[in-house]
Design a protein around this ligand. Structure first.
Ligand code: GLN
Length: 264
């Protein structure tokens, strides 16, 4: 009991010290630390989704991370006089990380869906995408109906998985796009369903693959940045920059730059 009282007294004393510093503005160190913390936007991503986010081999925009989304994140922070920090995690963990405050925003080629909207708020959309099928060059698959009895590989938690499961097809889900593509290359899967821009990157990296589209089966998707529910302050900052980057062509330029520069 006595110990507890002592601890409580210490805590109270510390609180007083902190409060007096904060009140008089004399504690420069404290003020600087707080400012530094407040001027960082922590973005969560899953750097397994080229050309939007990937781990760079040649020195990236922010640390080792590079891609369209990383450049957008940096621009959002800088335009607001802040710094972007990138927190790389599994795609599946991003929404929870937002909800528990581990990250401020999720930028991960993330499609706006009604289900996700139940747990987070989305920015204005910044990119239009669609799911496509990657198959071997000699495959006869021409539409989504053709893959009904094929071995389908998807990536866990991606909208591609949702589409295939909604179609009622059987599938195997993988943690990474590259794992699913390797399964196809090695002949263990017949088709990988994934977002178009990422599919284009994979077929340029791997010989003998092609993309098959089916716009009737796969609807258009919109990528947006997610924030915790109700975080309108950050959402306003994000939307202002996104709108500007869309209007002045920066996002289109980034999309073109990363699609081309990804080929060696
Ligand atoms: N657009 C897809 C989704 O939102 C994939 C995103 C990603 O893998 N980063 O599920």
């Amino acid at each position: 009991m006595k110990k507890l009282t002592k601890v409580m007294a210490l805590v109270a004393a510390l609180a007083l010290v902190v409060m007096s510093f904060a009140g008089c503005g004399a504690a420069n160190d404290t003020a600087t630390t707080n400012e530094a913390a407040a001027s960082t936007i922590t973005f969560g991503t899953n750097a397994e989704f080229p050309p939007f986010e990937f781990v760079s081999t040649s020195g990236g925009v922010i640390d080792q991370f590079d891609g369209i989304d990383i450049a957008i994140a940096k621009e959002i922070a800088e335009s607001n006089g802040m710094k972007a920090e990138i927190n790389n995690m599994e795609f599946d963990s991003l929404l929870v990380a937002l909800q528990n405050g581990q990250i401020d925003a999720a930028i991960a080629g993330m499609t706006i869906t009604d289900e996700r909207k139940e747990s987070v708020d989305f920015s204005n959309p910044y990119y239009t995408a669609t799911q496509v099928m990657i198959v071997k060059e000699d495959s006869e698959v021409a539409s989504a109906a053709d893959i009904a009895d094929k071995k389908i590989a998807v990536i866990q938690g991606y909208t591609g998985e949702v589409c295939i499961s909604d179609m009622g097809y059987k599938y195997e889900s993988f943690k990474k796009g590259t794992d699913a593509v390797m399964e196809l290359v090695n002949g263990k899967a017949d088709v990988v369903v994934i977002d178009l821009a990422t599919a284009e990157k994979y077929i340029s990296d791997n010989e003998g693959l092609k993309i098959v589209k089916d716009d009737n089966a796969f609807e258009e998707e919109q990528y947006a940045i997610a924030v915790a529910k109700g975080n309108t302050e950050l959402l306003d900052k994000i939307n202002t920059v996104i709108d500007k980057m869309l209007a002045d062509g920066t996002i289109a330029d980034l999309a073109a730059k990363y699609a081309v520069s990804s080929e060696e």
